[in-house]
Design a protein around this ligand. Structure first.
Ligand code: PLP
Length: 257
């Protein structure tokens, strides 16, 4: 069995963050491991408090895993602060980490800043160049590129601009645009479109976390980036189809089927 690591924040309500990642890893038949960057107090209605883990403890978690275990792929999610990001980048370089998926998590669906806005430039400078694939949604891509994204052409232009920051692939996710959900993969030369019908549900908590960890699980099992994205897109579509309400707000997707 392959070992796959998530470096991300804990979601007490289990729909996003580390919990979504580990469930996704299990559903893909890989062994999930976690480096926790922050503990959030949240439920389906919002994020109420965050305790960041110190950079020292984040570094020690990463070292403990990489010094002992073969890590086939790693996904990076919530990274609240500048020194969180520089620490992770430093340790991943030190350990020669491979198959790096960076989900540039910024603001939760409920509007909470999971990434301190002061740290956006550091994420772009330090983390994106390490990534084999980066998976921005439209609001994140708008922050990264400084442009408004309203069409597929805008998405392609944003993907080019983000690619120039150094990742090997950009998956520009179009779920925030109306109509079908179209994601565009850019490898520096070609655009590949992944389209799925829009599923009408309010229960989409943790969809970005789930997609990026599915990509990491697939890369860890030896799929190419394009194959990993295609399979992950199918997985998240089915997971959203089977999403459900667990509280009063935005419920989670279903990870086991
Ligand atoms: N909480 C944590 C710890 C996360 O890593 C994420 C990931 O994006 C979220 C919440 C956001 O979840 P959503 O915006 O899907 O509600």
């Amino acid at each position: 069995m392959k070992n796959v690591l998530t470096i991300a924040g804990s979601d007490s309500s289990g729909g996003a963050g580390i919990q979504a990642d580990i469930k996704t890893f299990s559903a893909h038949g890989v062994f999930g491991m976690s480096v926790i960057t922050a503990v959030t107090a949240q439920n389906t209605q919002g994020v109420f408090a965050v305790q960041d883990i110190t950079p020292e403890i984040i570094a020690k978690q990463i070292d403990a895993v990489y010094e002992d275990i073969d890590v086939a792929a790693v996904k990076i999610g919530m990274v609240s602060q500048i020194d969180t990001i520089t620490t992770i980048a430093d340790r991943l370089k030190q350990h020669g980490a491979r198959n790096i998926v960076a989900d540039p998590v910024m603001v939760s669906k409920s509007g909470f800043h999971l990434l301190n806005p002061d740290a956006e430039a550091t994420l772009m400078r330090e983390l994106l160049p390490l990534a084999d694939i980066v998976t921005p949604n439209i609001p994140e891509a708008e922050v990264i590129t400084g442009r408004t994204i309203a069409t597929l052409e805008d998405m392609e232009a944003a993907a080019r601009q983000i690619f120039a920051l150094g990742p090997r692939h950009v998956l520009m996710k179009g779920g925030h645009l109306p109509g079908d959900s179209t994601d565009i993969l850019f490898d520096g030369e070609r655009f590949v479109y992944f389209k799925s019908p829009r599923i009408v549900t309010k229960n989409t908590h943790g969809t970005g976390c789930t997609l990026s960890s599915a990509i990491a699980a697939n890369l860890g099992q030896g799929l190419s980036v394009a194959e990993a994205v295609a399979a992950a897109k199918e997985y998240i579509t089915i997971a959203i189809e089977h999403s459900f309400a667990i509280g009063k707000g935005v419920g989670p997707t279903h990870h086991f089927y």
